[in-house]
Design a protein around this ligand. Structure first.
Ligand SMILES: [Zn+2]
Length: 318
């Protein structure tokens, strides 16, 4: 359904560009450039009277602006209808407003020099403003804390992951394991246009990190299971594996970002992560119920008396 706020594609593009400027995604010097990129994606010839940046009075929620442009593109046959196709298309639109990866990386590290928190604040805000994290969808999630005899437990019902498009499921069946990018966590996804069975990634940004002498990357999860939910992934498409190096990397990460937590959701099927084919960890700015709970059994490590360690579950395996 069309939103009443816009009379034309020109209005909606001007509104989207105004949003990009207000959120600091693009400087106002890029209004013309960004408008033209958006018209190109829309395959739309603007009217001769169109003046980039002249319609700042238009202000509407991002979701409504994108919905107007999507409806128009579907009506003119520029893109197909359906949630997967629409998500591919609006990500392409937002990619026109998202700062280039090199720009993001250099801003991140110059803020990091002042404070790691300033750097992650910037990076997380960018992920939300660029619509990589679809905040209006994440807002539908239900989250609450429940009191149990084991302590307070966080419960989240994730309602923001899009339902799978049946055509996307069919496409996934036909495609072998050798597709590019090899998985959702491969760094090759950065800028990838996506396909029905793989999300568009023009708006994802990754920060390269060195952990335990290896190249890793930090990105945010588009689904935000908890505050500032980030994923730290290996540059290599190699299976998850918990070993001594895991701890070295995790400890180096919290040394760099003391206001973040990080952990592995295990290299085990069923109880572990949903993508075991690519080594990665889950981090973020959140104190989990497990960290708030009392320690059941303290673990002593002779020679490391400044380390507090404990176990929350049964007897420790040695
Ligand atoms: Zn991978």
């Amino acid at each position: 359904m069309e939103k009443a706020a816009f009379g034309s594609v020109e209005d909606a593009v001007a509104c989207l560009v105004g949003y990009g400027v207000r959120r600091g995604l693009i400087p106002c010097e890029e209004e013309t450039y960004a408008s033209n990129l958006l018209f190109d994606v829309m395959r739309y010839e603007p009217a001769a009277s169109f003046v980039p940046g002249a319609t700042e009075r238009l202000d509407a929620p991002l979701e409504d602006v994108l919905a107007y442009l999507l409806d128009d593109a579907v009506r003119r046959g520029v893109t197909e209808d359906g949630i997967a196709s629409r998500d591919l298309f609006d990500t392409r639109l937002m990619g026109c407003l998202t700062p280039r990866p090199g720009q993001v990386i250099s801003t991140f590290w110059s803020l990091f020099e002042k404070s790691p928190q300033l750097a992650t604040d910037y990076f997380y805000r960018l992920a939300c403003d660029s619509d990589y994290i679809r905040t209006y969808r994440v807002a539908r999630d239900r989250t609450w804390v429940t009191h149990t005899r084991y302590g307070d437990l966080d419960i989240t019902i994730n309602l923001s992951k899009p339902e799978k498009d049946p055509r996307a499921i069919a496409a996934a069946l036909k495609r072998g394991a050798d597709s590019y990018p090899r998985c959702l966590l491969c760094r090759e996804s950065e800028g990838y246009a996506g396909r029905l069975d793989y999300p568009a990634r023009q708006t994802i940004r990754l920060i390269p990190l060195e952990l335990a002498g290896e190249r890793w990357f930090m990105q945010y999860s588009p689904y935000v299971y908890y505050n500032e939910h980030c994923i730290v992934l290996s540059e290599r498409h190699a299976p998850m594996r918990i070993d001594r190096m895991t701890f070295e990397r995790l400890l180096e990460f919290v040394g760099m970002f003391p206001h973040y937590t990080i952990g592995s959701n295990a290299d085990l099927p069923i109880v572990g992560g949903s993508i075991l084919t690519h080594e990665h960890y889950q981090g973020g700015r959140y104190t989990f119920a497990m960290a708030r709970a009392d320690v059941r059994r303290k673990i002593e490590m002779p020679g490391f008396d400044d380390v507090d360690a404990g176990s929350w579950s049964g007897p420790c395996r040695s």
